[in-house]
Design a binder for this molecule. Structure first.
Ligand code: NAD
Length: 441
């Protein structure tokens, strides 16, 4: 099939490359000339494991091309996937300006029958709104259908997730159009669920909100464990062995972040409020998440006496391992809170240095944990990259001025850290920092 994918970000580029890999003819379109320029030179504008290979293979085979021109991209397209950003607006609502622009431009340009498939995460009712925009602007006789096809891939394993989905959700008032899109996914042998537009849109928000809720739940349990001397890691394992609960998304830590959960939970709460329901649980889920960041900053302040002019090393900047994406990263939020209290920050990340440097000021970006540790009063493990798992801890300890180590992801073994001479505090494991005389730190 001839496919156009609008937006070549984490979702769009993976979608385009993977559909090309399944034998389709794909044109990826973006208004960002830099991104398209890089892609045409065979370079990826983002870091995503395994994606480079799929893009190269299909570009070389002539199945995958890149453009900034809508007329060129839509010329032969039978279906168009929309994968543009839907960031938070001022009130926490989803900002749909990019979706509107795309719908208007497609309507103005297309002259043949087309199926518009929305992959962006959009508020319930957006599909109807897109249909309305297109109905008003499309030329006479141009038949179009709108299908919602929310995306569930995770950054860091996006290619694998796209090729091995748990389910494909398709929502449309036009069953034939939904069937046509289902056909595209046939090679994946995945469960396909066809429903109406609004239900499909809601499935995406409900899924993300539920996953965020699980993390906030275990973080609340972690805070209670810390007070009562229980170990949340073992509690979570014991809970997860129950098949009704399972192990996923029960890791206590600095909380959830990234380009999806924060904006999607907020947008769902906003949707609920403007329609007169009171999303108490969603509000609590967000509050608990913010509290996780504040808790770690408080531990550091208490341990060091003050954060003013203290040097804190941060291991990890991306919102999770295996991505360069730092949008709404817990690490970035903690860094900003520490800086607000006068701390000097040193930080490293295997892939996120460039993206973090674009949004953070006054941070000494380092090439390794060893360089990061130089002269630090305390270290915080913020992102659990495998690169940080086995480090020469005596060397790190020797490079530091102080000995506090906060493990924001419960990544390390408390005994190993104590043996290496650290004053070590994980999250929710009943282990506290030793009160020290700040003057000696
Ligand atoms: P992104 O910011 O990485 O990419 C969006 C791209 O759209 C950018 O390259 C931008 O230049 C382009 N764009 C904006 N306006 C355009 C226009 N008018 N015409 C053409 N291109 C335009 O975003 P993303 O992370 O890929 O997310 C896209 C959507 O998918 C969002 O709604 C997001 O919530 C959803 N989603 C994201 C993920 C994820 O892990 N990133 C997972 C599932 C769903």
């Amino acid at each position: 099939m001839n496919i156009c994918v609008v937006g070549t970000g984490y979702v769009g580029l993976v979608t385009g490359a993977c559909f090309a890999d399944l034998g389709n003819q794909v044109v990826c379109l973006d208004i960002d000339e830099r991104k398209i320029g890089l892609l045409r030179e065979g370079k990826l504008p983002i870091y995503e494991p395994g994606l480079d290979e799929v893009v190269q293979r299909n570009a070389q085979a002539g199945r995958l091309t890149f453009t900034t021109s809508y007329p060129e991209a839509l010329q032969d397209a039978e279906v168009v996937f929309v994968a543009v950003g839907t960031p938070s607006g001022v009130d926490g609502e989803a900002d749909l300006r990019h979706v509107r622009e795309v719908a208007e431009t497609i309507a103005d340009v297309v002259e043949h029958e087309i199926i518009v498939i929305n992959k962006s995460t959009v508020p319930v009712g957006t599909g109807d709104w897109v249909s309305e925009i297109m109905r008003k602007r499309c030329g006479d006789g141009v038949h179009f259908s709108v299908v919602s096809n929310p995306e569930f891939l995770r950054e860091g394993s996006a290619v694998h997730d796209f090729m091995h989905p748990d389910r494909i959700v398709l929502g449309s008032e036009d069953r034939a159009a939904a069937q046509c899109v289902a056909h595209l996914y046939l090679p994946l042998r995945a469960t396909v669920m066809v429903t109406d537009l609004r239900t499909a849109e809601m499935i995406k928000y409900a899924s993300n909100a539920f996953l965020a809720t699980r993390i906030s739940f275990i973080n609340e349990i972690a805070a209670i464990c810390d007070e009562l001397g229980a170990d949340v890691k073992e509690v979570a394992f014991g809970m997860g062995c129950d098949r009704r609960i399972g192990h996923h998304f029960l890791q206590a830590g600095l909380g959830w972040g990234g380009s999806c959960f924060p904006k999607d939970v907020m947008a769902l709460a906003h949707m609920a409020e403007i329609h007169g329901t009171h999303p108490q649980l969603l509000r609590a889920v967000m509050d608990i998440n913010r509290a996780q960041r504040r808790r770690v900053v408080r531990w550091l302040r208490d341990a060091l006496g003050t954060l003013d002019e203290k040097t804190i090393g941060v291991l990890g900047l991306s919102f999770k391992p295996n991505t360069d994406d730092v949008r709404e990263s817990p690490s970035i939020e903690v860094i900003r809170m520490l800086q607000n209290e006068g701390a000097q920050i040193r930080a490293c990340d295997p892939q996120g240095l460039e993206t973090a440097a674009a949004i953070l000021d006054h941070v000494a970006f380092c090439q390794s944990p060893y360089e990061t540790a130089q002269g630090c009063h305390a270290l915080v493990l913020a992102t659990e990259w495998e690169d940080f798992r086995y480090l020469d801890w005596p060397r790190i300890r020797a490079a530091m001025q102080g000995r506090v180590l906060i493990d924001g992801r419960n990544f390390y073994d408390p005994e190993t850290m104590a043996q290496a001479g650290f004053d070590y505090r994980p999250i929710g494991r009943g282990i506290r920092l030793n009160p020290q005389n700040p003057a000696t730190i």
